[in-house]
Design a protein around this ligand. Structure first.
Ligand SMILES: Cc1ncc(C[n+]2csc(CCOP(=O)(O)OP(=O)(O)O)c2C)c(N)n1
Length: 769
């Protein structure tokens, strides 16, 4: 092995600095400790590569060449939360070894071989992480961890300002994020770095160390020389420090300076470390395909292990012999540990794999917390609002006030939620009541908003971020999909990113048209494992559902999306002007809607209270949000004009859908119409109808969806959305067809075969408009 040969022969790279242990202020024993971490990381890389070749290990991207980052782990405290680049293995090992009795090699080996005993992900992925040592597990998406690292920095500041006793890390902590040089160009990184700089520029303390581990290349594409320093040296709001990441004394010296600035001055530092990438990008990478051999050789000459060995020898801390002995000893230990880890059990059941992502409805049912609604306001204005009928958006702000009052961990933030009280008034007066630390405006960047939510959750808060419009969540989708929602999976349930993301969305707005403010697609949430999607269609439900959503986040660590139908925000009446059918008095709304609980409303002839139980509804309309609102109005007509008894089933909880519960609610209804205001393709009605069919539902059904169109301006929108007219028509159509069908069946029972009868059963889909 080149390392051993060169230590033996004394052919070690010359130092490019004149630092000494004494000048840097590091004890010899500490340097030996760091060196051992570097060696462990390197030998784990060798082992991972070998395991990959033997098809016994997985995902062999390594840390070789980046081991200088162990010096940063040495300088920073074990409670400084770290979101790591996938090449920060040596950092992690040095961090883990700060804990007495730690077994970093064993822990990491279990992760490499995907053993179910892996203490971090439980065998789900090779991750760099440790719950106990404040390293949230991180896998491979580059830059996606940076918004949450910035968010965690803010969360530390906020906890300190609020003197929060629930803070996970000490109030003088710093957060650390490492990333590669090509990653710096990712818009997620650019956004996070910008938010960090902007926060500092606004004079808000932000204790964050941003480490660019610059090896000059991203897979095969070189980063232009001078690009990273040219972009970040002297950038407003960021303190830039550069060091040779292959020289351990240089790293330690830079880390000490960075530590002082981040911890004492609480200012973001951009630490730019020049690294080398050894052994190619990953296990299967043939580096010689895109890099000259002489370039590869030059890099190898800068091997940080050779350089630490040289420093140890020059400073007479270790002899070459002792270094070789230590290397051999670690190599053998890694070998042993890896072989043992290969024997440990793997994950073998879907149930175990998924145990940390399945919401547990039963855990919440029956344990109402009326305390979330018991807030008594002090101002006359708010008292009046509590006691008088209010529309949806005001009821939401009153509910948020109740939550903020009851739980000091709750924080509300987003674009314009502060002074303005939200574009539609859903956060009205919250900042006045709870101050600008608990209710605040954020920069105009959805990734930063959601990253902040994740970061706040990491430090003990229960964040309630707002995304201004549904269409704009797509700008930041990965922060939900790839980050917030995955952490319980990759940590085997040891970590969570609790949050209730409030999103104003869906169509039917009058006066503020066009696609982006009326987006009607939920597909982005529907396939995210573990995510809960709630969507009320009336104000009293919104209050009671939002309370439950908050508890799902607080008590189960769930990522919850609370989708608020914009078009219903200020609707006061249901059937006629002044009837107040969509207005509710907050003080009269008790408790919660349980997770998964449907809204069931029966109406029509013979549907008086006493008779309901035994009557078969002629029709069940299954809907949600605006669809439920429009259906309520149509149902009144169906009751009065058509003499039909109708059951409205308001889904309320759009993900997960519990088909058995929905089937039970349909009960004995003779027809089912699904009214889904979202686009036909990818809409939840696809899943709903598939589920009904799979469960053997024999009731004739039809589906009314929005068309696969974007939403145009003005009244043209109604051409592509379900409307009262189309709901009415679809209901009548369904009833008429099936009565025709029944007549046919009766005929065929009388001896005459009807070919059409069977075919029409099961319901032909209706079109949207
Ligand atoms: C968002 C995203 N896009 C693409 C990739 C595929 N990918 C993995 S590593 C990498 C290069 C990263 O280079 P750099 O940031 O310089 O880090 P290095 O690997 O050199 O340490 C790419 C493109 C990814 N993991 N994530």
């Amino acid at each position: 092995m080149a390392f051993r040969k060169r230590v033996q022969s004394g052919e070690l790279p010359l130092p490019n600095h004149n630092l000494t242990l004494a000048a840097v202020g590091i004890m010899p024993a500490d340097l030996v400790h760091i060196f051992a971490s570097q060696l462990m990381s390197r030998h784990l890389d060798y082992a991972a590569r070998r395991l990959g070749q033997e098809k016994r290990g997985f995902y062999s991207i390594g840390s070789a060449g980046h081991e200088g980052n162990a010096g940063i782990a040495h300088v920073y405290r074990a409670t400084d939360m770290a979101f790591l680049h996938y090449r920060s293995g040596a950092f992690l090992i040095e961090r883990l070894r700060k804990k007495p009795g730690a077994t970093p090699l064993w822990d990491m080996a279990l992760s490499f071989v995907a053993s179910a005993e892996d203490p971090v992900s439980g065998g789900r992925h090779k991750v760099l992480g440790s719950h106990e040592m404040f390293v949230p597990p991180q896998t491979s998406t580059i830059a996606s961890h940076m918004p949450k690292a910035v968010g965690t920095g803010y969360a530390i500041t906020l906890a300190r300002m609020l003197k929060a006793d629930f803070s996970v890390v000490p109030h003088d902590s710093v957060v650390i994020a490492s990333f590669g040089d090509a990653s710096v160009n990712h818009s997620t990184a650019v956004g996070a770095l910008n938010t960090a700089a902007l926060t500092a520029h606004r004079g808000i303390p932000l204790p964050i160390l941003l480490i660019c581990e610059d090896n000059g290349i991203g897979i095969s594409v070189p980063t232009p020389r001078g690009w990273v320093n040219g972009s970040y040296e002297g950038k407003q709001g960021l303190h830039y420090i550069r060091a040779d990441g292959t020289e351990i004394l240089d790293v330690i010296q830079a880390a000490r300076e960075a530590e002082h600035i981040t911890r004492e001055r609480r200012t973001p530092v951009f630490l730019h470390l020049d690294m080398v990438r050894l052994m190619g990008h990953a296990g299967s990478d043939v580096e010689s395909a895109y890099r000259s051999l002489s370039d590869i050789k030059t890099e190898e000459d800068r091997d940080p292990l050779l350089k630490t060995a040289r420093t140890l020898i020059d400073e007479e801390v270790m002899t070459a012999r002792a270094i070789l002995d230590l290397d051999l000893q670690i190599a053998e230990r890694v070998e042993r540990v890896i072989e043992q880890a290969c024997e440990r059990p793997k994950l073998t059941s879907a149930k175990t794999i998924m145990r940390s992502i399945e919401p547990g409805p039963s855990a919440l049912n029956g344990t109402l917390s009326p305390d979330l609604g018991s807030y008594v306001p002090t101002s006359a204005l708010d008292t009046r609002a509590h006691k008088s009928p209010q529309h949806l958006s005001r009821l939401i702000s009153l509910t948020l006030a109740g939550i903020l009052a009851e739980d000091p961990r709750a924080v509300v933030f987003g674009e314009d939620v502060g002074k303005k009280g939200g574009v539609y008034g859903a956060t009205t007066r919250l900042q006045t009541q709870f101050g600008n630390r608990r209710v605040f405006d954020t920069p105009l960047d959805e990734q930063s908003i959601l990253g902040l939510a994740i970061g706040l959750g990491h430090n003990g808060f229960i964040p309630i971020p707002e995304i201004q419009f549904l269409a704009y969540v797509h700008n930041a989708e990965d922060q939900i999909r790839g980050e917030a929602a995955t952490i319980s999976f990759f940590s085997d349930g040891k970590a969570a990113n609790p949050m209730v993301i409030r999103i104003a969305g869906l169509a039917y707005q009058r006066g503020f048209g066009g696609h982006f403010h009326n987006d009607n697609a939920l597909g982005v949430f529907r396939d995210i494992p573990g995510l809960v999607l709630a969507c009320p269609s009336r104000g009293d439900d919104a209050v009671r559902m939002l309370r439950c959503c908050y508890r799902l986040a607080r008590e189960q660590g769930r990522v919850v999306v609370f989708l608020e139908p914009i078009a219903l925000y200020s609707v006061k009446d249901l059937f006629a002007e002044g009837d107040g059918g969509m207005s509710y008095t907050y003080n009269e709304i008790d408790g919660e809607v349980l997770f998964g609980e449907l809204g069931i409303e029966d109406s029509g002839p013979g549907k008086s209270r006493g008779q309901r139980k035994n009557q078969k509804p002629d029709l069940a309309i299954v809907s949600y949000a605006n669809g439920a609102y429009l259906s309520r109005r149509v149902i009144r007509q169906l009751n009065a004009d058509d003499g039909l008894s109708v059951r409205l089933i308001d889904l309320r909880w759009l993900k997960p859908l519990d088909i058995e519960v929905i089937l039970a609610a349909i009960g004995t209804a003779e027809h089912v119409l699904v009214v889904d205001e979202c686009r036909r393709t990818g809409s939840l009605s696809e899943e709903l109808l598939t589920g009904l069919v799979e469960h053997g539902c024999k009731v004739p059904f039809a589906r009314l969806c929005a068309l696969d169109s974007f939403i145009p301006l003005g009244t043209a929108a109604y051409q592509v959305l379900p409307s009262e007219a189309s709901i009415l028509a679809a209901s009548r159509d369904l009833m008429a067809k099936t009565s025709g069908q029944r007549r046919g069946e009766e005929k065929s029972r009388g001896g005459e075969k009807s070919r059409g009868a069977k075919k029409s059963r099961g319901g032909k889909e209706s079109r949207g408009a």
